[in-house]
Design a protein around this ligand. Structure first.
Ligand SMILES: *[C@@H]1O[C@H](CO)[C@@H](O)[C@H](O)[C@H]1NC(C)=O
Ligand SMILES: *[C@@H]1O[C@H](CO)[C@@H](O)[C@H](O)[C@H]1NC(C)=O
Ligand SMILES: *[C@@H]1O[C@H](CO)[C@@H](O)[C@H](O)[C@H]1NC(C)=O
Length: 277
């Protein structure tokens, strides 16, 4: 079974057809972004931290090719087998288009964040601002800009970095994630939301669900599309597309591939070009 992740609803007729085609595909229109995983991963990396009671917060900016979305996540300080049980508590869409559209005026890029960042400050208790990590992950739009003009891409990121360094949060970086990372995050998000990693038992404790299989994920972004699924014993898959992830004490071997330029916007462009011919 496959789950389709879309970053935003798509109104274009050309894509409606694309959506309807494969009957085996379960359509899940996600309000939650792919990047929930970035926080899951971050939490894993920082497992050496001393456990303290109470809630922790994390902020993720998903800088897609068509827009940037800010997410606030929260989780109990106590982890389950080294991975946090994360929930999304707030979401804010940054006005205007994606950060890759600021290639000609990089210093303008962070201005659009102000509105959402003001709201985010109200969502996280003030005494936790300094210890709350904030992270920006840019996807295919910035990967394309980097191919076109690397200097411009660097300048956009640098301008965003200096903006976040002046914010009260613990800034952990603004970077362009690879298509492979994006695919893995999409797979984790889909399976996390479907409860394939964790479930509550009769005693309200988190346990690994018995006999549950994971779902494959198709992530239709603006400028790229990712496919990811548990590879199992399948032969003939390109080994450079195989990734291992460890979640809640379990190891998963994934096949993941990103098709650059096969996103929604690119599909629309091709569809229009076809119509004009
Ligand atoms: C690349 O971007 C930089 C900074 O915006 C600009 O000065 C330069 O002219 C651009 N180069 C090309 C080839 O467009
Ligand atoms: C943690 O790992 C143990 C041993 O592998 C397993 O029995 C348990 O279900 C795991 N907990 C969760 C929440 O996955
Ligand atoms: C495997 O993937 C790598 C990197 O994407 C590529 O260079 C290589 O040609 C691929 N090999 C095959 C057999 O498709």
């Amino acid at each position: 079974m496959f789950t389709v992740l879309t970053h935003q609803p798509c109104e274009q007729a050309g894509l409606k057809a694309l959506y309807r085609t494969p009957a085996i595909i379960t359509l899940v229109l996600l309000l939650v972004s792919v990047v929930i995983l970035v926080s899951v991963t971050l939490i894993q990396i920082h497992k050496q931290e001393v456990l303290s009671p109470g809630l922790k917060y994390g902020i993720v900016l998903d800088a897609g090719s068509s827009r940037t979305t800010v997410y606030v996540y929260q989780w109990p300080a106590e982890k389950e087998n080294n991975t946090g049980v994360v929930s999304q508590t707030f979401k804010c869409s940054v006005k205007g288009s994606g950060i890759s559209s600021y290639g000609n005026n990089p210093q303008e890029a962070p201005k659009a964040f102000e509105d959402c960042m003001g709201k985010v400050k109200g969502q996280v208790p003030a005494h936790l601002h300094g210890s709350t990590r904030i992270y920006l992950g840019a996807t295919a739009g910035m990967r394309l800009l980097r191919l076109q003009n690397e200097t411009a891409a660097k300048e956009v990121l640098a301008s965003i970095q200096s903006y976040f360094k002046a914010q009260p949060f613990d800034f952990r970086g603004a970077q362009i994630i690879s298509g492979q990372e994006e695919g893995v995050y999409g797979w984790i998000t889909a399976n996390y939301l479907m409860g394939n990693f964790l479930e509550k038992n009769l005693w309200h404790m988190w346990v690994h669900p018995h006999g549950v299989e994971t779902t494959g994920a198709l992530d239709l972004g603006g400028a790229s599309t990712q496919i990811s699924f548990v590879a199992g014993e399948k032969v003939g898959l390109n080994t450079s597309d195989i990734v291992q992830v460890s979640l809640y004490g379990y190891m998963y071997t994934l096949y993941t591939h990103s098709f650059q330029c096969y996103g929604r916007n690119e599909a629309e462009k091709r569809f229009l070009a076809m119509l004009f011919q």
